[in-house]
Design a protein around this ligand. Structure first.
Ligand SMILES: [Mn+2]
Length: 483
């Protein structure tokens, strides 16, 4: 570009920055996310998205606030009592944000509330009202008496008059008819009692489908989030030693989160040694580790609203026993097989099937399973091997095929528990099975192994975001030797 033109371009950029207070890569992405949602809603729709409620921890103390993931995805606003309205048919004000009104006394106790200008800067939404104005706004819309410029809302109001309007909400999944309706469903029911001319639509599939494929901006945050978690796992490995407690490993891990600006975990850390490694969601972290134990650590940070998911299993003292190693190699081989089954267009169940084949064959070889064909091996391989990751550790996602931009885990596991055998109903078949495998269960008793990595599929192929954490038997033993 010639020099003079470049100067002109810089001048006009500066002017743009002055008028748009929200310029930034996140805000650009948020604007694009909302546009994509609105493309899939009809112009005759009014869509409402609420923030998550606050939750009491005990007495007058609240849990740390966790924003609703869909609202955070659409607004970037992490403040309670926030509501987003989308009206895709409006010629100008298609997005309206409602936030808490200022309250100097409450703000002295609980901190600053976003001003409308700050809310605009964070979300890229120009029209900001207070949450007190939400109900009057809804009443005015549905009674077709908007304040101000009625032409602005004409597509929705005309549709309402013609009986074609739509109210789109994130409807709570309804398991069966006797389940009480959640807040969004109750809101819809109340509104239907008072107003006419509209049907209710579930916006959940639209937002969930968008969230399942990460934007380039989100992919960058996921890379950073998983990089912090990877560093944390290595700190955990350094802290693990005979005589130490599980919570000391947890402390070493979570310290790395905070030191890197990941303000909390993506899910509570699982740090289980010895028999605790066989408890899938073990959360007490209170056992003192002994030489010869395996330690299973499943942990990841929440960085800017995004979480990876990583599990490593390693020997306290630095060397796998022969039995631990035999189980470990099967799980690792299953994960490798799963990775090979990933490609754009392949269904996620192919990855599960690839993991299952290796797990089943390996367990048959060790004599822990007799049936080389069926589901018998699931007594030791008890959970699924694939799920999406993102704003939630078990992120939104249906069973559609892999696409570039998806982030997910592959996490096979084997857990040898006497209790699993004991719980089997004493059918003739089970009695024969128990008799056959009991000696091997004694041999491998209380060994729990999971290997889990966070992946991003790009057009270039599969990216293992957690590749910095030692994973093979050799890598782990080498790493543990150094500390
Ligand atoms: Mn997982």
């Amino acid at each position: 570009m010639p020099h003079a033109r470049r100067l002109a371009a810089i001048a006009s950029l500066a002017l743009l920055a002055a008028v748009s207070a929200y310029a930034g890569p996140l805000q650009d992405d948020l604007i694009a996310r909302r546009s994509r949602v609105m493309e899939q809603l009809s112009p005759e729709t009014l869509a409402i998205f609420w923030s998550a409620p606050t939750r009491v921890y005990s007495h007058d103390v609240e849990y740390e606030y966790r924003q609703d993931s869909h609202l955070l995805y659409l607004t970037g606003i992490d403040q309670e009592e926030t509501i987003l309205i989308l009206m895709p048919g409006n010629p100008v004000r298609r997005e309206i944000l409602f936030i808490l009104e200022p309250d100097p006394r409450r703000e002295h106790w609980n901190g600053h509330r976003l001003t409308p200008a700050e809310a605009t800067a964070q979300s890229g939404i120009e029209t900001v009202m207070t949450v007190k104005e939400f109900e009057p706004f809804i009443a005015a819309m549905f009674s077709r008496q908007p304040r101000g410029d009625a032409a602005e809302y004409d597509p929705f109001l005309s549709a309402l008059e013609a009986g074609r309007a739509k109210l789109a909400l994130l409807l709570e999944p309804q398991q069966n008819l006797s389940t009480p309706a959640g807040p969004a469903r109750r809101f819809a029911l109340d509104l239907r009692e008072r107003f006419f001319g509209f049907t209710v639509e579930d916006a959940r599939p639209i937002v969930s489908n968008l969230r399942q494929v990460k934007t380039p901006y989100e992919q960058e945050i996921m890379r950073k989030s998983v990089a912090i978690s990877s560093q944390a796992h290595k700190a955990g490995m350094r802290a693990a030693a005979p005589g130490k407690f599980e919570y000391e490993v947890e402390a070493a891990i979570e310290e790395v989160y905070l030191r890197n600006g990941a303000m909390t975990w993506g899910y509570p850390s699982i740090v289980g040694s010895g028999p605790n490694a066989t408890i899938l969601h073990y959360n007490r972290s209170s056992r003192r580790m002994e030489p010869g134990d395996l330690l299973l650590v499943d942990a990841a940070a929440n960085f800017q609203g995004y979480t990876g998911d990583i599990t490593r299993t390693y020997p306290i003292g630095g060397r796998f026993t022969r039995e631990q190693r035999e189980i470990y190699e099967i799980v690792l081989a299953a994960q490798e097989a799963g990775m090979k089954a990933v490609s754009a267009g392949a269904p996620t169940r192919d990855v599960q099937a690839a993991c299952d084949r290796v797990l089943r064959a390996g367990l048959v070889t060790l004599g822990l399973v007799i049936d080389p064909e069926g589901q018998q091996f699931k007594i030791w391989a008890t959970h699924g091997a694939v799920h999406m990751i993102g704003m939630d550790v078990h992120d939104v996602g249906n069973r559609r095929a892999f696409e570039p931009g998806m982030t997910f885990v592959i996490e096979p596991g084997i857990y040898i528990r006497q209790a699993a055998l004991d719980a089997l109903p004493r059918t003739a078949e089970n009695v024969a099975f128990i008799e056959k495998v009991q000696p091997m269960v004694d041999k491998y008793k209380d060994i729990g192994v999971r290997v889990e990595d966070s992946f991003l599929l790009t057009t270039g192929g599969l990216e293992r975001l957690s590749s910095a954490v030692p994973r093979t038997v050799d890598e782990i033993e080498q790493f543990m030797k150094k500390f």
